[in-house]
Design a protein around this ligand. Structure first.
Ligand code: CUA
Length: 323
């Protein structure tokens, strides 16, 4: 765990490492430059007027000459803002088009992102992989881009997928498919967050994107494609897991557990965190989680299983073998 977390890249909207985020960042800086210039001019004139025409002891108490209308001035302060807004519209439209209209290369990795209260499901249809909360994607070399295209859907309410260093936010809406893409240029673990209020645990609907060099990514894919292999030493835990409501919500590929309401647990231990990033994935935290999920994430939709202590230990021992 320590090793995995040491590589978490600091979150900073000003240091994009993926093309859509870079393009949006450039637009934001351009808009900031224009609006800053407007601010300096307006605030400067205001400060000048306040100081130059402040009240003085020898004022004669008369009103200054009143001016009613000036065509040149009115034309200027109508035209100039119109021009500025027009430039901003054009540049913004070009940015949106560049990001949204980029066609997916034939060999682009496709991932289905499904928002749930309060976790993320990631499905790789072409690779036969299902995982949760931690999206693995290959590093993209700018000279030979290998982007990842995301199709975003919701299983319940509106969410929003946002990993600031990789791309802008994309809403995740029931009965609708939205699309976005990323092509991260730097390997590492990038943090994100659901960005649309979606209920009690919206704030703990976290995202991790793990960007790996191609060979590491291929190894991860190969590991994920294996079915779960249970060890005889944890057979009792597996039997308890199979005999309780766990299997109604969770899938462990290669076993009778085929539920779809909660995260796929086939390779649970390959993930750095549990509960959508709310806690590190350690056996101790797993035990707290299975005993009573509300301890870690109040309002979580997973019920407390109320297992006797010995059964709880055995189920956690079983889960801890799902690598
Ligand atoms: Cu999902 Cu906020």
């Amino acid at each position: 765990m320590g090793r995995a977390n040491a590589r978490i890249a600091p979150n900073n909207i000003f240091t994009p490492i993926s093309t859509p985020a870079t393009i949006v960042n450039h637009l934001a800086l351009f808009v900031l430059a224009i609006t800053s210039a407007i601010f300096v001019v307006v605030a400067g004139l205001l400060a000048y007027a306040i100081i130059r025409y402040r009240h003085r002891p020898d004022d004669d108490g008369q009103e200054p000459p009143q001016v009613y209308g000036s065509n040149p001035v009115e034309v200027a302060w109508t035209t100039l803002p119109l021009l500025i807004v027009f430039v901003l519209i054009l540049v913004t439209a070009r940015t949106i088009y560049t990001v949204q209209a980029a066609p997916a290369p034939a060999d682009a990795l496709q991932v289905r992102v499904i928002g749930h209260q309060w976790w993320w499901e990631f499905r790789y249809p072409t690779l036969g992989i299902v995982t949760a909360n931690e999206l693995h994607v290959p590093l993209s070399d700018p000279a030979h881009p290998t982007p990842t295209y995301l199709t975003l859907e919701s299983a319940d309410v509106a969410h929003s997928f946002w990993v600031p260093r990789l791309a802008g936010k994309t809403d995740v809406i029931p009965n609708r498919r939205n699309h976005m893409w990323i092509d991260p240029h730097v390997a590492g673990t990038y943090l994100g967050q659901c960005a649309e209020f979606c209920g009690t645990e919206h704030a703990l609907m976290l995202i991790r994107v793990i960007v790996q060099p191609r060979d590491q990514f291929q190894r991860w894919v190969a590991d994920q494609q294996n079915a779960a292999s249970a060890k005889p030493s944890v057979q009792r835990g597996q039997q308890i897991f199979a005999a309780t409501a766990c299997v109604n919500c969770h899938t462990v590929r290669g076993t009778g557990a085929t539920g779809h309401f909660g995260p796929d647990l086939t390779h649970l231990m390959s993930r750095q965190t549990i509960a959508s990033g709310a806690a590190l994935n350690t056996p101790a935290n797993l035990k707290i989680w299975v005993r009573d999920p509300d301890t870690i994430k109040p309002g979580a939709l997973m019920p407390a299983m109320n297992l006797p202590d010995r059964d709880l230990d055995d189920v956690v021992a079983y889960l801890a073998t799902l690598h």
